[in-house]
Ligand binder design. Structure first.
Ligand SMILES: Cc1cc2nc3c(=O)[nH]c(=O)nc-3n(C[C@H](O)[C@H](O)[C@H](O)COP(=O)(O)O)c2cc1C
Ligand SMILES: [Mn+2]
Length: 478
C-alpha cells in the first residue's frame, strides 16, 4: 500500500524504529544540519526535529528520508531488512510500468495560502545546513516542478535552492538539467519568466523520482506512480498552471526571472567534499506559498556518504545505466554503485568481458556526459553487490597496465563537482573516466592460462564437497 503522504511514511518509520523524534529545541543555524550529518554517518535513523529555535510550535524539519536501505525498503512497502540486491530488482521491475498521475481539487497543501506581498520564505525554518554554506537552504530534499511549454506533463527535478531574500530564492540547476535546458531555450530568448514550484515534504518516492534523470518525453510523476504502484495525486498551483503533489507539506510557487542572476553557494556537496565556491545561479521570485497546518519541511544534510544521495539516488542512476548498456548491446547482468562510492564508482558485471566489452561500456557511458569517474567491470561469477568479492576481483584480476583503460572527457561531459578533477577541469565540465577490467581475457585458453578459483565451491570435486557438508556436525562444527 502506497503512503498517502510524508506523515504516513513517518508513522511507518515509527513502527520499525527508523525515525527519532528530537523534542529538544534545536537551532536552524547549523545545529539541525550537524545532528543530521552525524546521524547519517552512523547509519542512524531519520530525524524529525519538532521544535526549532525562533519558530512557532508545529513548524518541523524532517531529515534523511531515504538515507538507509531499510528506509528505502520501507518507502517501497517492502520488509525493512530486504537485501539490497532485492531492492534493486524490485525497483527495476516497478520502473517498467509508469502510472499516470491524477488531478484532484481538494488538497492538504492548500490548508494555508499566502499570496503576493504577504509572502516571506523566512516563515519556514530553512536550515543553514553546513558551516561555510552560502546561506540558508530551503531546497535540499525538494521537488522542483516546471514545464516545457510544448510538452504534455511537467518536469520534476531535485535542484538545491538557497534563500536570497524573503521573496527570492536562488538555485543551481546545472546547465544540462531539464529545467535549465527548457529555461535557456524557451524562456530566456523572449525574456519570459518561467513558472516553477518548489515542493517540500511530498511522499518520499516522489522526491526519489525527482532526483532521477528519465529520458526526454518521460515524466517523473509517472515514475513516482510506478514506484508507489499507485497514481500520484496532483493539484493546480494558485498562480500558475503547474500541478504539484497534493499532499505536500509546503509548495513555494515562483517564477524564474529570465534576465537576472545572483550568487549561490557554496554548499557541502554529495561527493563528500565542498569543491565549488560561489556560483552565478538562477533567481526565482516567489508569488505564493501554500502549506499544510504544522508544516514539516524536508532537509538533507548532504555530504560524506552514507546519506540519501549515496543510498537511494544511486539505485535509480545505476538502473538507468543498466538499461542504457543493454540498449547498446553490452552483455550486462548487474549494475551497482555502493554507498561508499558517492555515485563516482560503478560496478558492472557482464556475461563475458574483455577489451571489446570494456570499450563498449566506455562508449556508452561517455556518449553524452559522465558523472561516474570509475567503472569496475567484473565477470558474472562475482556478485556486483558484494564489495568483498568486487575488491578481491579488482585486486587479483585487473592487470595494472593492460586492464586499466582511461579516457578524457571533453568539455561539457564531465562532472563539475568531482573532487579529484582540477579546478580548471571542474569549471569547464571536463575530466576523465577509468575502467578497471577485472574479467579474464576471453582469448585465454582454459588449460594454459585461466587460473582456477581456489574456493570451496570451485576447487573441490562434488564428491569431496558432499562428504564434508554431510559430516559437518560430526566434525563438531556448526
Ligand atoms: C539531494 C540531491 C541534490 C541535487 N541537487 C542538484 C542541483 O542542485 N542541481 C542539479 O542540477 N542537480 C542536482 N541533483 C541531481 C538532479 O536531481 C538529477 O540530475 C535529476 O535527474 C534532475 O532532473 P532532470 O533530469 O529532470 O533535470 C541533485 C540530486 C540529489 C539527489
Ligand atoms: Mn526530467
Amino acid at each position: 500500500m502506497a503512503f498517502k503522504d510524508l506523515r504516513e511514511f513517518i508513522s511507518a518509520l515509527d513502527k520499525t524504529g527508523d525515525v527519532a523524534h528530537v523534542r529538544k529545541e534545536v537551532d536552524w543555524d547549523k545545529e539541525a544540519g550537524a545532528i543530521n550529518r552525524r546521524v547519517h554517518e552512523m547509519w542512524g535513523p531519520a530525524l524529525l526535529f519538532e521544535k526549532i529555535k525562533d519558530y512557532p510550535d508545529g513548524f518541523r524539519i524532517f531529515g534523511g528520508s531515504l538515507g538507509t536501505f531499510r528506509r528505502v525498503a520501507i518507502a517501497l512497502g517492502m520488509p525493512p531488512d530486504t537485501p539490497v540486491r532485492e531492492i534493486y530488482d524490485e525497483y527495476e521491475r516497478r520502473e517498467e510500468h509508469p502510472i499516470r498521475p491524477v488531478v484532484v481539487k481538494d488538497a492538504p497543501c492548500k490548508e494555508n495560502i499566502i499570496l503576493g506581498e504577504d509572502v516571506d520564505v523566512y516563515r519556514f525554518p530553512a536550515p543553514m545546513v553546513h558551516e561555510g554554506d552560502g546561506g540558508r537552504y530551503i531546497g535540499t530534499w525538494d521537488i522542483v516542478v516546471s514545464k516545457d511549454p510544448g510538452g504534455e506533463g511537467a518536469n520534476w527535478g531535485m535542484y538545491r535552492f538557497m534563500i536570497h531574500n524573503k521573496r527570492h530564492i536562488v538555485g543551481f540547476p546545472r546547465y544540462h538539467s531539464h529545467l535549465a535546458r527548457v529555461l535557456n531555450q524557451q524562456y530566456v530568448p523572449g525574456k519570459k519568466p518561467m513558472p516553477m514550484a518548489l515542493v517540500l515534504g511530498a511522499e518520499p518516492l516522489c522526491h526519489q523520482a525527482a532526483g532521477t534523470a528519465y529520458g526526454k518525453g518521460l515524466y517523473e510523476a509517472e515514475f513516482a506512480g510506478a514506484l508507489r504502484q499507485a497514481p500520484v495525486e496532483l493539484v493546480k498551483c494558485e498562480t500558475s498552471d503547474l500541478l504539484v503533489p497534493a499532499t505536500a507539506e509546503v509548495v513555494i510557487e515562483a517564477e524564474i526571472l529570465p534576465d537576472a542572476t545572483a550568487t549561490e553557494g557554496p554548499f557541502g556537496e554529495y561527493p563528500g567534499y565542498r569543491t565549488g565556491g560561489t556560483r552565478m545561479a538562477v533567481v526565482a521570485r516567489i508569488k505564493a506559498i501554500t502549506h499544510r497546518n504544522s508544516p514539516i519541511i524536508t532537509m538533507l544534510s548532504l555530504g560524506y556518504p552514507p546519506d540519501c544521495c549515496a543510498v537511494a539516488t544511486p539505485i535509480a542512476a545505476a538502473l538507468a545505466v543498466k538499461r542504457q548498456l543493454k540498449r547498446f548491446g553490452v552483455p550486462v547482468t548487474a549494475v551497482y554503485t555502493p554507498p561508499e562510492a558517492a555515485m563516482h564508482t560503478l560496478v558492472v558485471s557482464v556475461e563475458h568481458g574483455g577489451k571489446d566489452v570494456a570499450k563498449q561500456i566506455l562508449d556508452t557511458l561517455t556518449f553524452r556526459r559522465s558523472e561516474w569517474s570509475k567503472i569496475i567491470m567484473v565477470d558474472d561469477d562475482i556478485d556486483a553487490f558484494n564489495m568483498f568479492q568486487v575488491i578481491h576481483a579488482l585486486s587479483v584480476k585487473c592487470h595494472p597496465v593492460n586492464g586499466i583503460i582511461t579516457r578524457e572527457l571533453e568539455p561539457g561531459k564531465g562532472n563539475p563537482i568531482t573532487p579529484c578533477y582540477t579546478p580548471e577541469e571542474r569549471s569547464e565540465y571536463r575530466g576523465g573516466i577509468a575502467l578497471f577490467d577485472c574479467t579474464w581475457p576471453p582469448d585465454w585458453p582454459e588449460d594454459t592460462h585461466l587460473p582456477v578459483k581456489s574456493d570451496f565451491a570451485t576447487i573441490y570435486s562434488e564428491e569431496t564437497k558432499r562428504k564434508v557438508i554431510e559430516n559437518w556436525e560430526e566434525y563438531g562444527l556448526k
